[in-house]
Design a binder for this molecule. Structure first.
Ligand SMILES: Nc1ncnc2c1ncn2[C@@H]1O[C@H](COP(=O)(O)OP(=O)(O)OP(=O)(O)O)[C@@H](O)[C@H]1O
Ligand SMILES: [Mg+2]
Length: 166
């Protein structure tokens, strides 16, 4: 066995746990607690503003003020739900021994790229995800977010498979 002495950079941020509210993500969080407690962890939920909200950012727009308000309110509701989810998961993660907090982040380009950006910004030593999310399709080995993160992450990635979904 050759000695490489090629130690990776020290990443002193929290373990990033990506959570979309699915059973797979919850299992991933529990595995992360078993593996990494009592370390710092950041539960990240990426939220998508939705078509009405996105339309506002794409001029030329001819929305009536009432439509703009509805779109903004809808966007805000989705954000609040994501923040709530992240915080509730963080609370459960703390019960599992992690020093966890929750964060809702708006989708940049893809969910995967958003997770990768946050991991880099926070200096995450590892990213934890479920093998699947909400759109679990049995024939597909890994969800698209997990695939993208695994392909491009600069840090180790822990993927947790739900053994009931073989
Ligand atoms: N919006 C999100 N915010 C945070 N993490 C997410 C989000 N979506 C997915 N993940 C993470 O990625 C894991 C795999 O989900 P993914 O979206 O890749 O699969 P899927 O929903 O089954 O399929 P699809 O490729 O159709 O989305 C989840 O268990 C979760 O850890
Ligand atoms: Mg998904």
């Amino acid at each position: 066995m050759p000695r490489l002495h090629n130690f990776p950079p020290v990443r002193s941020g929290p373990i990033l746990i990506a959570h979309d509210g699915s059973r797979s993500a919850e299992l991933a969080m529990e595995e992360a607690a078993a593996l990494f407690a009592p370390r710092k962890a950041l539960i990240v939920t990426v939220w998508e503003p939705g078509p009405a909200f996105q339309a506002l950012a794409a001029p030329p727009m001819q929305l009536a003020p009432i439509e703009i308000r509805t779109a903004l309110e809808l966007g805000e509701k989705i954000y609040e739900r994501a923040q709530e989810l992240a915080e509730q998961v963080a609370e459960r993660a703390r019960k599992g021994g992690l020093d966890a907090s929750g964060l809702a982040v708006v989708d940049d380009l893809t969910i995967g790229q958003t997770i990768l950006r946050v991991a880099k910004e926070r200096g995450a030593p590892a990213i934890v995800l479920g093998a699947h999310g909400h759109r679990v399709v049995r024939e597909i080995l890994l969800g698209s977010t997990t695939r993208e993160v695994m392909l491009h992450a600069e840090c180790p990635v822990v993927v947790v498979r739900d053994r009931e979904h073989k």
